[in-house]
Write a protein that binds this ligand. Structure first.
Ligand SMILES: Nc1ncnc2c1ncn2[C@@H]1O[C@H](COP(=O)(O)OP(=O)(O)O)[C@@H](O)[C@H]1O
Ligand SMILES: [Mg+2]
Length: 278
């Protein structure tokens, strides 16, 4: 399920056609959106920790916080209420995305609370679904991966993320109820493919918050595999308190507890996404 293997050569060529000119161009970033319209399934946790694992493996990474709650921004130690330029300005006023990037443990394009108003402000703009895709053109050659965190809805902010992305990682909490929403997400993706971004595909579905002591979690993963087959990552993210502790310190779990199981799980996922044999 390696992203690198799946990448179609034509894609890069198409994407570059309207961006910077010139030959000898550097490789373009792979853009990954982390989406599930349900809240509390570890989208933000996965965006940050997978990004940190890519970075640890030597890749240049940008995280983009598209959630007005600003949890990703906060989890890197930046106060969303104090940022002067945020993704709101990028999406609505077309300010350069560089101006809202905080250089923390990983680079983060920050959210602020006013991002909540972006959907309405963008709703009358022509090309409103492509605002993020356009904004990223400026930094595509600076990063190898762009990891986009999305809010718990399928509104215009998430649509922007899915339009800008080449692949989508879907964190799923292993409970029966939380898996029902996946069909709705798949329908949205089909619509995006038909209208906005024909090549976007699911890189994988990631079982998160797995409590391996319970029969329920085991059964829920089995159900997930029955329904979605090899779209389900082999990696599993188990429940541990480390994930609640690390953001309070403004760190990923890879930095907070580098030798712990939580860090190991995201390193493992990074290898799976990169298509590295383990
Ligand atoms: N593997 C895990 N084990 C325990 N707690 C977790 C784990 N992953 C995430 N959490 C916690 O669950 C909550 C929701 O995670 P979060 O990443 O914010 O979800 P989302 O972005 O989908 O709303 C957070 O408090 C987070 O610290
Ligand atoms: Mg979140």
């Amino acid at each position: 399920m390696g992203l690198l293997e799946k990448k179609r050569p034509a894609q890069g060529a198409r994407r570059t056609s309207n961006s910077a000119s010139g030959r000898g161009r550097r490789k373009q970033a792979q853009v990954i959106a982390f989406a599930n319209q349900k809240g509390g399934v570890a989208k933000t946790t996965t965006t940050l920790n997978l990004a940190a694992a890519f970075q640890e493996a030597g890749h240049r990474v940008l995280c983009v916080d598209m959630d007005p709650q600003g949890n990703l921004t906060m989890s890197q130690g930046v106060d969303p209420d104090a940022v002067e330029v945020s993704m709101y300005d990028v999406l609505v006023n077309h300010v350069s995305i560089r101006d809202c990037i905080a250089h923390q443990e990983v680079d983060v394009a920050c959210a602020s609370i006013d991002l909540a108003g972006a959907e309405i402000a963008m709703s009358t703009q022509i090309g409103r679904e492509r605002s993020l895709e356009k904004a990223l053109d400026e930094v595509r050659e600076e990063y190898e991966f762009v990891c986009i965190d999305t809010p718990p809805s399928l509104g215009l902010l998430t649509i922007n993320a899915l339009t800008a992305a080449r692949t989508v990682i879907v964190p799923v909490q292993c409970e029966y109820l939380s898996m029902r929403g996946l069909v709705q997400l798949q329908n949205t993706l089909a619509m995006i493919r038909d209208n906005l971004n024909p090549d976007v595909e699911i890189a994988g579905i990631l079982p998160t918050l797995v409590d391996s002591r319970t029969v329920h979690a085991k059964e829920a993963i089995e159900m997930l595999e029955e329904s979605f087959g090899d779209q389900v990552f082999a990696s599993r993210i188990k429940k541990t308190v480390r994930f609640a502790e690390a953001p309070v310190r403004g760190m990923s779990v890879l930095k907070y507890d580098p030798d712990g199981k939580a860090a190991y799980a995201y390193r493992q996922l990074a290898r799976e996404v990169l298509g590295v044999d383990t």
